[in-house]
Ligand binder design. Structure first.
Ligand SMILES: [Cu+2]
Length: 463
């Protein structure tokens, strides 16, 4: 067959187009895996391409991909989802591939990725790749860098991962509504050299907040700051899985904040080093020690530690209202009020009335009371010593000796070595001996003169 000049140019143009844009139409659009389970899925170990240590998405999963030539292809579907926030409560949200947050996308520095996004929402959307260095037209800002993806349409994003690190994705279209409805996901780019920044356990989660009235299912999207569900991967304690590590493991925790306020995340039992932000890896010499890392709005932080101290170590937001579930806001303070009968009497008029404790709120941790449907207790969860009295952004880092390699299922509560648990003092010494302070101050007592503001002759006193 002779190749005419015209045929030659056409073939060349096709090859050229494929090489530039990478569009390989023959294989079609990859399938979009979906899951509705809120259980933490095992890390997705790569079976092709460069090696890396996959991450563990807390109460979530990693999106499988398809290798198509030199492109890694993913398929996100933006759609309404039902997320169990914790056993006893489901939220009707928007998310990706059956979940809020969406599945974690993992790839490797240098990878060419092609991400298909199908919109099954009732309104248009886009996806912005937070922290990724990419061509401007792939940045996902509706109206600015691309037309919005209309309902029923599929768009493609194509770019090369220029650096490794800790990133996320979320819409840049009707953002206030779409993020308040739960649209977000984690994005991890692993270093090309698998030995670089290597850890044994690599946990990821996004913080999001919702305002869902007790007894209802859909977040109020106009809420600006007064949220009542503070979540990690759209889960609240005790629905948040534990972070299990074996002694000797090097552990990384990567966190992104898509709420409307900062969260000082505090971990007990260890000091840790801040090693990565959404801007990149922190150089070794610049890493600083912390026990609490404040994560600003729209930012990501990763910290690392060596798991050398066995135990059940609390990890939580240090804003105490963020370790509470719904109803935390409108409850009045009744400390000191004797109201046993009062509650009964009010209860006759208002069936869902729930008093706050009169000796603090601790009694609510073990109370069982009538609540509206689809509502969580404010604080809940039991440990081996009793109620933990937490909700919201709280979990437990479980470090154990002698775990079998790769066995990170829940090891149960920590078995404390004898003599290492705080204990009660009994007998006559238990009552503090208190004596009044009788020492008289030496020298002249200080006399405080109160001058009423605005009184006549006020200024004279100062001269
Ligand atoms: Cu917080």
């Amino acid at each position: 067959m002779t190749v005419s000049r015209r045929n030659f140019i056409a073939a060349g143009a096709l090859i050229g187009a494929a090489a530039v844009s990478g569009r390989a139409r023959a294989a079609g659009i990859p399938e979009a895996p979906t899951t509705e389970s809120p259980a933490t899925q095992p890390p997705l170990v790569p079976t092709s391409g460069p090696d890396y240590q996959p991450v563990v998405t807390l109460n979530g999963w990693t999106l499988p991909w398809r290798q198509n030539g030199e492109w890694k292809e993913f398929h996100l579907v933006a759609e309404p989802v039902v997320r169990q926030v914790s056993p006893g409560m489901k939220a009707h949200l928007w998310g990706y591939n059956g979940q809020s947050p969406g599945p974690t996308i993992e790839c490797v520095e240098g990878d060419k990725v092609r991400i298909f996004v199908t919109n099954k929402l009732p309104e248009h959307t886009t996806v912005h790749w937070h922290g990724i260095l990419l061509p401007n037209g792939m940045d996902g800002v509706g109206g600015l860098t691309q037309p919005q993806i209309k309902p029923g349409k599929t768009f493609v994003y194509e770019f090369q991962m220029r650096k490794s690190g800790t990133f996320m994705y979320h819409p840049h279209a009707d953002e206030m509504v779409q993020m308040a409805m739960g649209m977000m996901g984690f994005l991890v780019v692993h270093p090309r050299d698998p030995k670089l920044h290597r850890v044994d356990r690599d946990f990821v989660f996004l913080m999001s907040s919702y305002d869902i009235d007790p007894g209802s299912y859909v977040p109020k999207v106009n809420t600006m700051t007064d949220f009542n569900l503070w979540t990690w991967n759209t889960r609240v304690f005790p629905g948040i899985d534990h972070f299990v590590a074996a002694t000797g493991d090097r552990v990384r925790v990567r966190i992104g904040n898509l709420t409307m306020t900062n969260h000082p995340i505090h971990m007990h039992g260890y000091d840790f080093a801040v090693t990565c932000t959404d801007g990149g890896w922190v150089p070794e010499a610049a890493r600083w020690p912390e026990v609490t890392i404040d994560i600003p709005v729209g930012a990501m932080r990763a910290f690392e530690f060596k798991a050398d101290e066995p135990g059940d170590w609390a990890i939580h937001c240090h804003k105490s209202h963020h370790t509470m579930n719904a109803m935390g806001h409108a409850v009045k303070n009744f400390i000191g009020v004797q109201k046993r009968d009062l509650a009964k009497r009010i209860g006759r008029l208002v069936p869902d009335y729930m008093p706050m404790g009169s000796q603090g709120m601790a009694e609510m941790g073990e109370m069982e009371m009538a609540m509206p449907d689809n509502t969580l207790p404010m604080m809940t969860g039991f440990g081996q010593f009793g109620p933990i009295e937490m909700g919201g952004m709280f979990s437990v880092v479980k470090v154990r000796e002698g775990l079998a390699a790769g066995d990170y299922k829940d090891p149960g509560w920590f078995k404390h070595p004898p003599g290492t648990v705080a204990y009660e003092v009994k007998g006559p010494d238990a009552e503090p001996k208190r004596k009044a302070e009788t020492t008289k101050p030496k020298g002249r007592e200080t006399e405080v003169k109160v001058v009423k503001p605005g009184a006549k002759g006020n200024h004279k006193n100062h001269h």
